[in-house]
Design a protein around this ligand. Structure first.
Ligand code: HEM
Length: 440
């Protein structure tokens, strides 16, 4: 009986504590004015609101609490931003204040937050990494100089697809374009291919990258209850160590931390975006026809392949890439930001203490094909690989749909394709796109 009374009193106390915080009144009388959000349960806070698809559950919750809301995840206050206007305020106006990272335990356990450009706080080492990338890899001059390399790698992709067409073999689109992307990056940096089409070791590499991304993005009780870290309730810390060790072993001969970051951040994002774009076009055949007709008209010569210089002549294809990024934002919540100073936004206070700022889920139209301006990333932590990814996405998609039509393995009708996504650090298709190239 005593236990029941103690539990009851504790619950009332916790509830009152959070209630007074939400309404902006603390004992001291200092207003904290957290953004609105669902009332937290005693002890576990709002952890249950996340579910196993946080990008869908938070989109639903934000319909009630608006585009700036807060959730209590035990010791972390999660600030969720889901409108472009407020995101701009965070990452343009208060960019420096939100330029740090909130680091999940699965990353801490492998010590990446001390060495990785993605997780380092803004400081000398992070600046040095970004400067190297900007000047030596992603500057307009460097991108222009490596045009021939991309052409050669996309030609190899085309040859592989031709071979599969001849034998009627289905292609795992995500895995295949991941190899093209990986080889573009590895030739860019060490003048050698790191992967081959149709090889089990390349497939293993892709699986490892996905495992690392899935682990980093998975909700983890150990993040909210540090006392559980040693128990590792979901096995995520153990798996994080295992896969990162394996990946580092693959790159051992070539790579330091900076390059490890680039391969990880660049391959999975680009290949999954391309896989979504292809899936949407196969799912919407009339859009595929329109895009192909535009490419043919833009090139004007059916013999040659689609090239980088053609990208400016195909506005519809460019809109398809933008629309894919809108409907399937690969890093749904950005890499979580952390405030380094307390900031007041829209009359609410975002505090440094244990804050974690995520952007998205965007409340959005779920059908593919909306015409829109597209959104761009802002702030000093914005993606620095996007100029390269942008070229590769247009080049690979244009090439794949210009020369071939595509059907789905197993004779599945295109309108019956499963377009469900799976939550991880990156958002991938739950079923990989297995498509068969068909001669036009
Ligand atoms: C379609 C492809 C891509 C998408 C959708 C994408 C998306 C993103 C997003 C959303 C962020 C986090 C921004 C933030 O937290 O504010 C990011 C960061 C980053 N991206 Fe990308 N990215 C792509 C391609 C690439 C490529 C090709 C590379 C390099 C080869 C790359 C390297 C990075 C790095 C290093 C960061 C961390 C930057 C920092 O924290 O300072 N990304 N990316």
């Amino acid at each position: 009986m005593d236990y029941i009374i103690i539990f009851f009193l504790l619950s009332v106390y916790t509830w009152l504590y959070f209630f007074t915080r939400r309404s902006g009144l603390q004992k001291s009388g200092v207003a904290t004015r957290l953004p609105p959000g669902p009332y937290p349960l005693p002890i576990i806070g709002n952890i249950l609101e996340l579910g196993d698809k946080p990008h869908h559950s938070l989109a639903a919750v934000s319909k009630t609490y608006g585009p700036l809301m807060s959730l209590k995840l035990r010791r972390i206050t999660m600030i969720v931003v889901s409108s472009c206007e407020i995101a701009q305020e965070f990452f343009s106006k208060h960019d420096i204040s939100f330029s740090s990272r909130s680091v999940p335990s699965a990353i801490r356990v492998i010590d990446s937050h001390n060495t990785s450009m993605v997780w380092l706080p803004v400081g000398d080492q992070w600046r040095r990494f970004r400067r190297i990338c900007k000047e030596h890899l992603f500057s307009a001059r460097q991108l222009d100089a490596s045009r021939f390399l991309r052409k050669q790698k996309v030609q190899e992709l085309l040859d592989f697809v031709h071979g599969c067409r001849m034998s009627g073999k289905p292609i795992n689109i995500g895995e295949t374009v991941a190899i093209t992307t990986l080889n573009v990056l590895s030739n860019y940096i060490f003048s050698t291919d790191l992967a081959q089409y149709d090889s089990p070791s390349s497939q293993e590499f892709k699986n490892m990258v996905w495992a690392v991304m899935e682990i980093a993005g998975a909700p983890n009780l150990a993040d909210y209850f540090p006392v559980l870290r040693s128990l590792d309730p979901h096995g995520l810390l153990r798996r994080s160590k295992f896969y990162n060790k394996k990946l580092l072993a693959i790159f051992e001969h070539y790579i330091n931390e900076l390059l490890h970051d680039l391969f990880l951040a660049g391959t999975d994002t680009t290949s999954n975006t391309l896989e979504w774009a292809m899936a949407e076009l196969i799912h919407n055949p009339e859009k595929m026809l329109k895009a192909r007709a535009e490419i043919k008209k833009g090139i004007g010569n059916d013999e040659r392949t689609f090239e980088e210089s053609d990208i400016s002549r195909v506005p519809y294809l460019r809109a398809i890439i933008k629309e894919t990024l809108r409907l399937h934002p690969l890093i749904t919540f950005l890499v979580p930001h952390k405030a380094i100073t307390d900031v007041e936004i829209k009359g609410y206070m975002v505090q440094t203490r244990r804050s974690c700022v995520t952007c998205g889920p965007w409340v959005k139209t779920q059908t593919f094909g909306r015409t829109h301006k597209g959104s761009s990333q802002r702030g000093r932590r914005r993606c620095l690989g996007l100029p390269l990814a942008d070229i590769l996405l247009h080049l690979m998609l244009g090439t794949l749909i210009h020369k071939f039509d595509w059907k789905i393995k197993g004779g599945i009708r295109t309108k019956d394709m499963d377009m469900t996504d799976k939550f991880g650090f990156t958002l991938k298709k739950i079923l990989p796109l297995m498509a068969i190239p068909v001669k036009l």
